[in-house]
Design a protein around this ligand. Structure first.
Ligand code: CA
Length: 216
């Protein structure tokens, strides 16, 4: 979830993050952010401090008080040491002062993502399949294979959670941002295409539930 009231900045961030394989849901106010956190909790929050209603710091304080441990990266217009210290003390996982480089935000998101998935590096290898989540590249038997964005996102989610079944609902929410059209058979189609590239056994169908990739 991206919480940012500056629309041009938000739309630039959204575009850049989506091109890096993230699904981005955007809200513009602190209250909207708290509502989403309570009803449809995201995996990660990029939270601007200067919002029109509540401050991002208030949002952070509230969500931590509610016991929500979702990782938060704060964005601040000022490079204020105070904001940084207060934010980190309140339980922010990281802090970026505007203006920042997109590549830096993405790198920091990946650090948090690796920690969430208990991974040591950006390279996940399971059997003959190897995925680099920083470069968004895939190798099958040491040969590079091109993947369209959604197939990459689906495979990444399954490999990051190898050994655990991923439900259809969870996978859809990780592949599609709010407002994006999702055909009812979209997941099946992506899985079908992936199986042609990876072999039929790599992604297992768990009937009536979802999909899974076996752990190493
Ligand atoms: Ca702002």
């Amino acid at each position: 979830m991206l919480v940012e009231d500056d629309r041009p900045l938000a739309s630039g961030l959204k575009k850049a993050l989506m091109s890096q394989g993230f699904t981005v849901n955007h809200v513009e106010t602190g209250k909207a952010a708290l509502h989403v956190l309570a009803t449809d909790p995201p995996d990660l929050v990029v939270l601007d401090i200067g919002l029109p209603d509540l401050s991002g710091l208030d949002v952070l304080k509230t969500l931590r008080r509610q016991g929500l441990m979702v990782p938060v990266i704060l964005l601040s217009a000022r490079d204020s040491v105070d904001d940084k210290v207060v934010g980190l003390d309140m339980g922010a996982d990281d802090y970026l002062a505007k203006p920042f480089d997109m590549t830096e935000l993405v790198a920091r998101l990946r650090v948090i993502e690796r920690r969430l998935n208990k991974l040591q590096s950006n390279r996940i290898t399971i059997g003959a399949i190897s995925l680099d989540t920083a470069e968004q590249r895939l190798w099958v038997n040491n040969e590079e294979v091109e993947l369209p964005r959604r197939e990459y996102m689906l495979l990444k989610n399954l490999m990051e959670n190898a050994g655990r079944v991923q439900t259809r609902g969870v996978l859809e929410s990780r592949l599609y941002s709010w407002g994006e059209e999702v055909a009812s058979n979209a997941l099946e189609v992506h899985v079908h295409h992936l199986r042609k590239k990876l072999g039929t056994d790599f992604i297992r169908t768990i009937r009536g539930v979802g999909y899974k990739v076996a752990a190493q």
